[in-house]
Structure formats: C-alpha cells, structure tokens
Design a protein around this ligand. Structure first.
Ligand SMILES: N[C@@H](CCC(=O)N[C@@H](CS)C(=O)NCC(=O)O)C(=O)O
Length: 286
C-alpha cells in the first residue's frame, strides 16, 4: 500500500451561515479506496484564526454528510460557542461490489464505523480507520483553527454506535462522547448481526471490539456518556436496546447520562430538538 498521505481537498459547496461557513469537501481516501465526502462547519471564531474544539457527528443508515447538515440545526450553537462541526459520509461509495447497493442496512450508507475483515469488503469498508486516522490527517492539514487536542464525537443510530465504540477505543483522541438513539448492543440486534456477519465474519469474538456494551465491560471511559433516546422511536425495542448498555454501565461504574424523551421518534426532528444540549455537553467537557 502507498503510505504517502494525500490530504488534498476539493471544495464541493460553501454557504455562509450564522456568520460562519458551511462547506462540503471531497478527497481521495486510501483506506476507503476512493473519493469520500465530508461536511464541515467553520464558526466565526475559526475564521478569525482562533483554535477551537472539534465535534465529529456520525450519521445513521441511509445517510450521507448532508442529512445532519441540513436537518439538525447544529450550526447556530456551533457558531455561538465556537466549535467546528464535522459530518463525514457513512460508507465508501461506488466500489462495484456485488450487493453493495441492494439493502439499506448493509453496504453503501451502512459502513458501521468498523474495519471490515471479510472480502470483498475489507479493501474499502474501513470507516473505523477513516474516522480515527485518515480524516484526522485531512482536518489537521487543512484547518489550522481545529484544535485536535479538544475533540468530541457524537452520532445517531448506527452513528451513535460509531460514536460510542470509537470513543471507548480512543478516549484520548475523542475525549467526550454523546449519542442520539444509538445502536447500543449491535451483537444482539438484527442490524448489527447482519453487518458484523458480513463485514467481520461469523466468529462472534471478533464482533466484541465494535460493540459498545461489550467494550464498556472491559474498558470503561472516564468521560460521562451522554445519550438521548426517544420513547416513540420505532427501532427502540428491536434494534437500539439502551437497557443493555445501562445495566453494564451500572455494573462497572461507567458514568452515563441517559435521557428518555417522551413522544420523540427516530427522525431528525428529534436530533434538531436536542442537538444544542449535545453540543454544549461537548463544549463544556472539552
Ligand atoms: N430506511 C429505514 C430506516 C432508515 C432510517 O431511519 N435512517 C435514519 C438513521 S438510522 C436516518 O437518519 N435517516 C435519514 C433522515 O431521516 O434524514 C426504514 O425505513 O426502515
């Protein structure tokens, strides 16, 4: 593999918002074997050259970098506090793999924030390395105002699973963690079982390193995990299972702030309602 880092960016769009700039970029990714996109909001403080903290938001199934950017309303509070808000895409694209675009919960837009070990996925489906290494290099090289020592991670559903597992495995890189309606125990739900079987194979021992509930048992975090979960979320019982994570947190003394929100569903109306609380949580922790 060519180890030379390519951190060049192509600007796709730029819009002024709350005094800052909402941009979308594409770049050539080695670990995802092709072109990847991410959105980034640069608050006024960053444009003035100040070092500001960085919050990465990982999206859920069927999403691109666009959903959170246009629906969640994260920019107003990011502008006010002075926080860079990064929203990567959810999987590699256009890999020409058989079945890549056949289902909403596997393949395109369903990268599950892991490094696949099963072929043909292993060559490109490496979202874990993308988020923890390659995108880090890209942001560091291109945005002087990004204070990479003050980073938090959040996400929704599949992206909430990504935020929890990536924080638990990298507590000094992403020092704060929160999630909206995360898949809390992917080894024990249909979305996770399908994805882990396809990307990691049938040996369930290898699944544990990407399961938040399992990771908390062996390596809890010093940070408080902040989770919001809507009680009218159609996926709550079968797919998300926060109760399993809650039990393990109690057993090992993992600090957890789990809020159940009456009447809220799985949609971006829910994220828009609570994104300010999450951004403030990260800003205060960083
Ligand atoms: N397509 C699936 C669910 C997809 C879904 O709810 N995706 C969530 C993330 S898990 C989402 O954020 N969708 C995009 C959006 O609402 O903008 C279904 O209808 O059962």
């Amino acid at each position: 593999m060519n180890n030379t880092k390519n951190t060049d960016l192509e600007l796709i769009s730029e819009n002024k918002m709350f005094g800052g700039l909402q941009r979308v970029y594409s770049h050539v990714s080695t670990v995802c074997n092709g072109s990847m996109r991410f959105a980034i909001y640069l608050p006024p403080a960053a444009l003035e050259g100040k070092k500001v903290p960085v919050l990465t938001y990982l999206s859920g199934l069927t999403c691109t970098e666009d959903n959170v950017t246009v629906k969640a309303g994260a920019q107003r509070i990011s502008s006010e506090l002075g926080m860079i808000f990064v929203a990567p895409d959810t999987s590699p694209r256009g890999q020409d793999i058989d079945g890549e675009d056949d289902s909403y919960d596997f393949g395109s837009a369903a990268g599950f924030y892991l490094d696949a070990t099963q072929e043909p996925w292993g060559k490109s489906y490496n979202m874990y390395s993308y988020i923890t290494q390659e995108l880090q290099d890209v942001i560091t090289s291109n945005f002087d105002s990004a204070d990479m020592k003050r980073q938090g991670i959040t996400g929704h559903s599949m992206g909430g699973h990504g935020a929890l597992t990536i924080h638990l495995k990298n507590p000094t890189l992403f020092k704060s963690c929160s999630a909206f309606a995360p898949i809390c125990a992917p080894m024990n739900c249909p979305w996770g079982e399908k994805a882990f079987t396809g990307y990691l194979g049938s040996n369930k021992d290898s699944w544990k390193e990407y399961d938040a509930t399992e990771l908390i048992k062996t390596s809890p975090s010093k940070a408080t995990l902040f989770i919001d979960q809507g009680l009218s979320d159609n996926f709550l019982k079968e797919q998300l299972k926060p109760e399993l994570l809650e039990i393990v947190c109690e057993q090992v003394g993992q600090a957890l702030k789990l809020r159940f929100q009456e009447g809220y569903d799985h949609s971006y109306f829910f994220m828009a309602s609570f994104i300010e609380d999450h951004i403030r949580h990260h800003f205060d922790a960083l």
